[in-house]
Design a protein around this ligand. Structure first.
Ligand code: MF3
Ligand code: CO
Length: 249
């Protein structure tokens, strides 16, 4: 069942999203190449979220052990923060969830650490733009398949592959609600988009093969060929005037 949200509920998600966006920016700005570890970032994010009167959505979701997911280079998504030190040239996906007043927000951004290769920069640019291509189709009168197809088309046109094993999702009182929002598909298919729908659109884009492998920890998803992957995610609501990003400051 797809739960449409009323304005008072959207306001709560907007507040969770604002806290999330501020935390994401502050945490990204704290990174010192050759020094900062993934655990440093996870602990900072958790502290900032708690200080904002909110709770990290991910900690304790199923058996997830940390406040954040941090995925470096060939890690696609759901990287568990470790003592790994970030190095110049890495790309790092910070994926945070914030729960406040009964509602979740979920957003991710892949950042360059210092100077990165032109190839890595192009992957970031294309993945970020594919998210916005999808968001532009998230409007009343369209179907979820229109969002999916726009993302896939943009990514493949640029020579990259879309991960198919993981997809975007509805969000609200639960972190994961209906509908699924795949990053591939056909225009005109899937659920009709209605006013008050809240979803996470989150393309995961690989340099090489679309194939991914989950490590023995049960969470960390890596590219099957060890090549780079990027991930950008926003929580978005449909208004009668079009899509509104909820995970912004
Ligand atoms: N943005 C990711 C998702 O929606 C975050 C996963 S949360 C975790 O799948 F708790 F499962 F880690
Ligand atoms: Co998500």
């Amino acid at each position: 069942m797809i739960v449409l949200k009323k304005e008072s509920e959207i306001a709560k998600m907007r507040e969770a999203g604002r806290i999330l966006a501020r935390t994401l920016r502050t945490v990204s700005e704290s990174i010192v190449p050759g020094k900062t570890t993934l655990l440093d970032l996870d602990m900072l994010a958790e502290r900032l979220i708690l200080e904002s009167g909110a709770v990290p959505s991910f900690k304790g979701y199923r058996d997830y052990p940390a406040a954040t997911c941090i995925s470096v280079n060939e890690v696609v998504i759901h990287g568990i923060p470790t003592e790994r030190v970030l190095q110049e040239g890495d790309i790092i996906d910070l994926d945070f969830g914030v729960y406040k007043d009964g509602f979740h927000a979920d957003s991710a951004w892949t950042f360059p650490i210092g100077t990165i290769s032109p190839a890595a920069q192009r992957l970031l640019n294309v993945t970020r733009e594919s998210l916005f291509q999808g968001i532009a189709k998230f409007r009343v009168g369209n179907k979820i398949g229109d969002v999916s197809a726009a993302i896939q088309k943009y990514v493949e046109k640029n020579g990259y592959s879309i991960v198919r094993d993981l997809v975007g999702h509805g969000i609200g009182r639960d972190l994961h609600e209906e509908p699924s929002v795949p990053n591939f598909g056909k225009p005109g298919r899937g659920a009709p988009i209605k006013e008050g729908m809240t979803v996470c659109i989150e393309p995961m884009v690989n340099e090489g093969t679309a194939k991914v492998v989950t490590l023995d920890d049960g969470w960390t998803v890596v590219t099957a060929d060890g090549k780079l992957s990027a991930h950008f995610e926003h929580t978005v609501v449909v208004t009668k005037d079009g899509p509104e990003l909820l995970t912004v400051e």
